[in-house]
Design a protein around this ligand. Structure first.
Ligand code: PMP
Length: 355
C-alpha cells in the first residue's frame, strides 16, 4: 500500500437497496411510496424556469422551514432541514455525539447508524432487541454518549409507544436522544408532542416515504431552538446550500396539501392491513408493522431462496443477510395491484413447497 493510501479515511459504506431501472419491475425493496407526490408538487415543477437556477438558493431554506413549523405547531427556530433524513441524521451524529462515550442503538435497526458512527469515530454499543423485536427499555439506562431509535423501527416495522420514549428520555437527562421517525406517518405516535418538555430530544423525519418524494431528497429535524442552532452551525461549516431551489419549492407544495397527504396514508395503511391478513393465511409470520412495509418469515421457506425466486419473477424485495434476521424479507407496501401480483406468486410458491 502506498504512503498516501495508508492515510486514507477508509470506510465500509452503507449499501442502499437496488434501483434496477428496467421497466416492468414490481419494486418493493426500498420503502418508496407507490403514489405520486401531491398535485401541487407537479404543478410547481412545471412552472419552474431554468433561469431561476442562476442564483444560489436561500441558505436558511426559510420557506420550507416555515411551512414545516406551521405543519407541526412549532417555531421556525425549531426546524432544521437537510438533503433527506440521511443528511439530517449524519449532521446530528456529527454535531451531538462528541462525548467519547458509546452511543446506543438496537442491534437490529437502520444499518446506516453504525456506518456514520464509524465514519465520525463515534464509539457505539448495540442493544439487543427482545425475541419479538421490541426494545428493552432498561438497556438504555447506562452510561452513554447518545441514543438513536428508529420509531417505527426498520426493518422490523415495530413501533415503540410514546410512554416508552418518554421513559427513556426521563432516564437520560443531559443526553441527546434522536428519534428517527422515517415511517411515523403510517401509524406510530410521534415524539414531536414531547419536544416542549425535553431539551435533549431531536425528532427526525423525511419526505421520502409518506410524502412520496424520495427522489427530491428532503428531511428535517425538529427540536428545541438550541439543538437546531447547533445543527445549523455544523451545517454552515460544511455546506451552506444543502437545499436546492427545486427542493425548497416542491417541499413547500407537499406540506401545503394535508388532505392529499392523509388520503395517501389511508390507502397505504388499508393495503398494508389487507396484505397482513393474506400473508397470515399463507403461514407467514411477522411483527405487527406500523410502517409502509412488512417484515416476514415463513416457517418452511428459506428467505434467501424466496428472495431469489421473487427477483426472477421481477418482484424486488429486501433481504438482509445478517444475524437474527437472515430468514426474513422486508416487503414494501405498493399499490393494491402490485400487492395482488405478489400475493398470487406467494400463494403458488407456498402451495408448491408444501406439496
Ligand atoms: N431512517 C430510516 C429508518 C430509513 O429506513 C431511511 C430510508 N433508507 C432513512 C432514515 C433515510 O431516508 P431518506 O434519506 O430518504 O430520508
Amino acid at each position: 500500500m502506498s504512503a498516501w493510501e495508508q492515510n486514507v479515511r477508509k470506510v465500509v459504506p452503507y449499501v442502499p437497496g437496488e434501483q434496477p431501472g428496467q421497466e416492468g419491475i414490481i419494486k418493493l425493496n426500498t420503502n418508496e411510496n407507490p403514489y405520486p407526490p401531491a398535485p401541487g408538487v407537479a404543478r410547481a415543477l412545471r412552472e419552474m424556469e431554468s433561469k431561476q437556477l442562476r442564483l444560489y438558493p436561500d441558505p436558511a431554506a426559510s420557506v420550507l422551514v416555515e411551512a414545516l413549523a406551521g405543519r407541526y405547531g412549532l417555531r421556525p427556530e425549531q426546524v432544521f432541514v437537510g438533503v433527506g433524513s440521511d443528511d439530517v441524521l449524519a449532521m446530528a451524529f456529527l454535531t451531538f455525539f462528541n462525548s467519547g462515550k458509546p452511543i446506543l442503538f438496537p442491534d437490529i435497526t437502520y444499518s446506516f447508524y453504525d456506518v456514520w458512527a464509524k465514519l465520525f469515530g463515534i464509539p457505539y454499543a448495540c442493544q439487543m432487541l427482545d425475541e419479538n423485536f421490541c426494545i428493552r427499555r432498561e438497556d438504555y439506562v447506562r452510561e452513554n454518549g447518545g441514543i438513536v431509535l428508529a420509531n417505527p423501527n426498520a426493518p422490523t416495522g415495530v413501533a415503540e409507544s410514546i410512554e416508552g420514549i418518554r421513559w427513556i428520555l426521563d432516564k437520560n437527562p443531559g443526553i441527546i436522544v434522536i428519534i428517527d421517525e422515517a415511517y411515523i406517518d403510517f401509524g406510530g405516535d410521534s415524539a414531536v408532542s414531547l419536544i416542549p418538555e425535553y431539551e435533549n430530544l431531536l425528532v427526525v423525519q423525511t419526505f421520502s416515504k409518506s410524502r412520496s418524494m424520495a427522489g427530491m431528497r428532503i428531511g428535517c429535524a425538529l427540536g428545541q431552538p438550541k439543538l437546531i442552532k447547533y445543527l445549523n452551525d455544523v451545517k454552515y461549516s460544511f455546506n451552506s446550500y444543502t437545499m436546492d431551489l427545486p427542493a425548497l419549492k416542491l417541499g413547500v407544495e407537499s406540506v401545503k396539501d394535508e388532505e392529499y397527504f392523509q388520503e395517501t396514508l389511508r390507502r397505504i395503511v388499508a393495503t398494508r392491513e389487507r396484505v397482513k391478513t393474506e400473508l397470515g393465511k399463507l403461514g407467514f409470520v411477522f411483527p405487527d408493522s406500523r410502517s409502509n412495509f412488512v417484515f416476514v418469515s415463513h416457517p418452511r421457506i428459506q428467505a434467501r431462496e424466496l428472495f431469489e425466486a421473487l427477483k426472477e419473477r421481477r418482484i424486488y424485495v429486501r433481504y438482509f443477510p445478517k444475524p437474527r434476521i437472515d430468514n426474513y424479507l422486508r416487503i414494501t407496501i405498493g399499490t393494491d395491484e402490485e400487492m395482488d401480483v405478489l400475493l398470487d406468486f406467494l400463494k403458488k410458491y407456498v402451495r408448491q413447497k408444501e406439496r
